[in-house]
Ligand binder design. Sequence first.
Ligand code: COA
Length: 320
Amino acid sequence: MRIKIIGTGSAVPENIVTNQMLSEIMDTSDEWITTRTGIRQRRIAVTETTSGLASQAARKALEDSGCSPEEIDLIIVATFSPDRCMPNTACTVQAALGCKNAVAFDLNAACSGFLFALNTAQAYMAAGIYRTALLVGAEEISKTVDWKDRSTCVLFGDGAGAAVVQAREGTPMAFVQYSDGTKGEVLTCSEKALKNPWAEPAEDPRMLCMDGQEVFKFAVRKVPECIHEVARQAGISVSQIDWFLLHQANSRIIDSVAKHLGVSRERFPMNLDRYGNTSAASIPLLLDEVRREGRIREGDLVVLSGFGAGLTWGAALLEW
Ligand code: COA
């Protein structure tokens, strides 16, 4: 059993925040952000919610797939920035869309979240448990960053992307996924401090913190490795892969991966200039864009690769 993407959708907040706008409220510049990251603007939520964006993207993906809400038997929302700890975001999406036959749960693997959701759906389908899944990556990172920390807040944006995937006869796609908790401290985002009548009163811990250079080195080493690995699993060479849809964190990371793999940069679509790093939403947001532009054709080989906090990373190879 293999999986096929049969519908995609996305949703972003209305509010556009340019680099110039950031330079008016903190010590940064369009030049610094553009040359170091490739990001020119991002969407920052004002009234939107994580679950609202997730539901909007999911609804569009469902419409695009032509499936009825009842046909969906699994919903996974990848997010590290839900509106509420419970109910989970996936149950909120289920209720909004009327997918009454679906089991719904969230998954947190930070920026690798959508990829891990895809691989989870693939495993359920290979086992014959579910047939049609709605996968969503949705984030409001703007509520997790410290807006006084210019080294992180300029990098991120809010948004959601979704895909409907269905089981098909055929050999399974190739995928790899990895985690290394021992390196977790290079990218963290704390929740609230322990507060109860027995614990010492503590201040709420810092929000998103990152060692940018360590994350950079990790990404440029691990992404090419795992793309080579899925190609090997599938018995093809990297040069036969038509499209490389990478987590949209930094254009210099994408340049470096293309160079390591010896593949033309044109086969790496990019939209981080407009959305910044949207964590779990970035791959499905890009997927929806390239699909609607008609750039990917039936039979194309597409690799998706994500990396992020945990540390977590991985890749999946699909035939379109
Ligand atoms: N505007 C202007 N200057 C800034 C700035 C900003 N927004 N943020 C940091 N700086 C300054 C620093 O204070 C530092 O100044 P100093 O030299 O006077 O100390 C200087 O710029 C260089 O900082 P540094 O951290 O060395 O820059 P860098 O070249 O490593 O680029 C990142 C920083 C974050 C862009 C880069 O490390 C990166 O992209 N890492 C990967 C991050 C990522 O992808 N994370 C998500 C993974 S899912």
